[in-house]
Design a protein around this ligand. Structure first.
Ligand SMILES: Cc1cc2nc3c(=O)[nH]c(=O)nc-3n(C[C@H](O)[C@H](O)[C@H](O)COP(=O)(O)OP(=O)(O)OC[C@H]3O[C@@H](n4cnc5c(N)ncnc54)[C@H](O)[C@@H]3O)c2cc1C
Length: 490
């Protein structure tokens, strides 16, 4: 049942599972765990629709590259799926077996751990069962650029699609306008004891559960962990520890323009760096899309943000909010969009700001920062693509100078794929959660969403984060059953 916490303060004394954040990750976890018979609280800060009162809690300061964290995330039921674009590409096995460029390790688990959840994740985002991830074009000659394979979700709007299930699933309490404002950790037992929630009038209450999952998106997951005084006092979250570090996005670099040879098909071309490319150049992975301008009305995936904010602008006069997006129109014969892997970087991070928000939670500063390895990846992708595009007889690419001259400032935009701030690792030295998505140093606090990504490759993050959420459902189900004395079949 969906209840408004402003007016219906009817929390149970104890839940089996408390999930914070009702975006794709939180909704998937809550519905599956409730259907498995567990009592579940799903706590959502926003209401049923966009409202500035909630959205303004996403305001951050920035000391690095601009990430637009206020406008690219949505803080209401369904989360950022209310304006995602629906592009789905699964991870490759090599994303897990190979470390990312740079000094940090990659995934501590094999891809097989999440691959088995791919069909169920596809179903959640309305992709046809058994459908193959399709290439829309052929690979380039030379073996370094495969044709990219992807599918498009309608795109699934989670709050709409799953509204009836959120209302009708027995055992599930969904509280909207219910803000997580603190995490209370009991050092003696090693358990998170409760999540402190608040309505918009600062009425506070503790939500008590056996297991807890943070699913608020990559910036807020880190923020709530950093903000918790009891986690800090217990040494679970250190001031100079890993929480908030390795903030990554996919890089939308303005590569340049292209012209096609006469007679060439003007349809979209989408390429993906091959395994040979990654090994030869010791570089990250990347997707490159080339499209002729008269077929593309708005550049890049920010089209979705633009449409969403324009619809609000008509109703609520927030036209100033769409200013930055106006710059995305690109002139030229053909434009090249990229989605390039960012390697994990300890200095790219979310930290607490000294100011607090209206509910007493510390605001955050976002320092989105790249490394020389990222410039290397961009340069290799750009220069090799230009050669192979010409060699394959497709046409000619004019690269922007900063692509091959790394002394020049880079022009790029984010993709709003926030990842890595609570990365998965084999030990707390390199990450925040273990291979089960459990926060190191705790017995019952888990994280869901792309903040756990040890490496983002160039896979769109949402469908894979659902694979991880489904894996976490199985893990929590097993833990709760064994705690209840039920013998779990191995
Ligand atoms: C324009 C755009 C296009 C995109 N296109 C794609 C795409 O094509 N393919 C793709 O894979 N991905 C895409 N994405 C990314 C995708 O939207 C995210 O990966 C996905 O929404 C993340 O899901 P999540 O559940 O982890 O987090 P979110 O969707 O961000 O949900 C987090 C939830 O937590 C709630 N919350 C936050 N703080 C609190 C709090 N203190 N207390 C309680 N609740 C809280 C929020 O209100 C929200 O409902 C796109 C993003 C944008 C902005």
């Amino acid at each position: 049942m969906i209840k408004d916490y402003q007016t219906q303060k009817t929390l149970r004394v104890l839940y089996d599972v408390c999930i914070v954040g009702a975006g794709p990750a939180g909704i998937t976890l809550a519905l599956r765990l409730a259907k498995a018979g567990w009592s579940v609280a799903l706590l959502e800060a926003g209401g049923q629709a966009y409202a500035e009162r909630s959205q303004d809690f996403y305001t951050c300061t920035s000391s690095g590259l601009e990430l637009y964290p206020h406008d690219t995330r949505l803080r209401f039921l369904g989360g950022t799926s209310n304006h995602w674009a629906g592009r789905c590409r699964p991870f490759d096995a090599s994303d897990f077996s190979d470390p990312p460029p740079g000094a940090l390790p990659g995934w501590p688990i094999a891809y097989a751990e999440v691959e088995r959840y791919l069909p169920a994740a596809m179903d959640i985002v309305d992709l046809e069962q058994g459908a193959d991830f399709r290439a829309v074009n052929t690979a380039l000659n030379g073996g370094e650029f495969d044709a990219d394979r992807f599918l498009l979700s309608p795109p699934t709007r989670f709050a709409q699609k799953y509204a009836a299930a959120l209302n009708d699933t027995p055992g599930l309490d969904v509280f909207i306008n219910c803000n997580c404002v603190d995490l209370h950790f009991d050092k003696a037992s090693g358990n998170l004891a409760s999540v402190m929630v608040s309505d918009y009038e600062r009425h506070r209450e503790a939500v008590v559960a056996k297991q807890f999952v943070l699913a608020m998106g990559a910036i807020e997951n880190a923020r709530q962990l950093l903000n918790s005084g009891s986690l800090a006092a217990a040494g679970v979250v250190g001031k100079d520890g890993m929480v908030g570090r390795c903030l990554m996005d996919h890089l939308n670099v303005e590569m340049g323009t292209f012209i096609l040879k006469s007679g060439q098909d003007t349809g979209l071309r989408s390429y993906y760096t091959s395994e040979a490319f990654a090994k030869t150049y010791k570089a990250g992975k990347g997707n490159v899309s080339a499209a002729v301008l008269d077929q593309v009305k708005t550049y890049g995936r920010m089209a979705e943000v633009k449409q969403f904010l324009e619809s609000l602008a008509c109703r609520w006069e927030v036209a100033d909010k769409i200013d930055f997006i106006a710059n995305f129109s690109c002139p030229g014969d053909g434009i090249i969009g990229t989605m390039i892997e960012q390697c994990p970087n300890l200095q790219s991070r979310v930290t607490l700001h000294r100011e607090k928000d209206a509910l007493g939670v510390a605001k955050v500063n976002v320092n989105w920062a790249l490394t020389p390895e990222d410039r290397h990846t961009i340069k290799c992708i750009g220069t090799e693509l230009a050669k192979q595009f010409a060699d394959s007889g497709e046409g000619f690419i004019k690269l922007n100078e900063f692509v091959y001259d790394t002394s020049k400032p880079l022009k790029l935009e984010p993709h709003a794929h926030h990842m890595g701030t609570t990365r998965m690792a084999a030990s707390p030295e390199h990450g925040v959660v273990d291979h089960d998505c459990k926060v190191f140093g705790t017995n019952n606090l888990y994280v869901a969403g792309s903040s756990i990504y040890a490496r983002g490759a160039a896979a769109n993050p949402t469908m894979p984060l659902l694979q991880f959420a489904l894996r976490l459902v199985d893990h929590l189900d097993e833990r709760l059953r064994s705690a209840n004395g039920v013998v779990v079949a191995s």
